[in-house]
Design a binder for this molecule. Structure first.
Ligand SMILES: [Zn+2]
Length: 105
């Protein structure tokens, strides 16, 4: 899951001038636009869209995980095998962190 934020200058209809806007991307889609001057926020994706997209991508990640692990182990048997237990333990925490990030959108 990928959430990115960037800042750019856009015309704000409330301020009636070009102002700095924070743009939040969820995966490859713009989810929010926030005027940093007046605080006006435009939500382009609602929470249902975000959850639907997250669940769809999570399903795909789970479905392809065994194949990705096999490929990773073929590429580098020593490193993958030694780091695997730590990665398995951390996975639920990483997923919880992802969930918290999308809940904030
Ligand atoms: Zn504004």
């Amino acid at each position: 899951m990928c959430i990115k934020k960037t800042t750019t200058e856009l015309f704000c209809p409330k301020c009636m001038e070009d102002t700095a806007y924070e743009i939040t991307y969820f995966e490859d889609k713009i989810s929010n636009l926030l005027c940093l001057k007046c605080g006006k926020e435009y939500c382009l994706l609602d929470s249902e869209d975000i959850y639907f997209e997250y669940i769809k991508r999570l399903h795909n990640r789970i479905k392809t995980k065994p194949k990705r692990i096999r490929e990773e182990m073929k590429d580098d048997l020593n490193n993958s095998a030694s780091s695997m237990p730590i990665r398995i333990i951390k996975k639920p925490f990483r997923m919880l962190e992802e969930y918290r990030k999308i809940k904030k959108l």
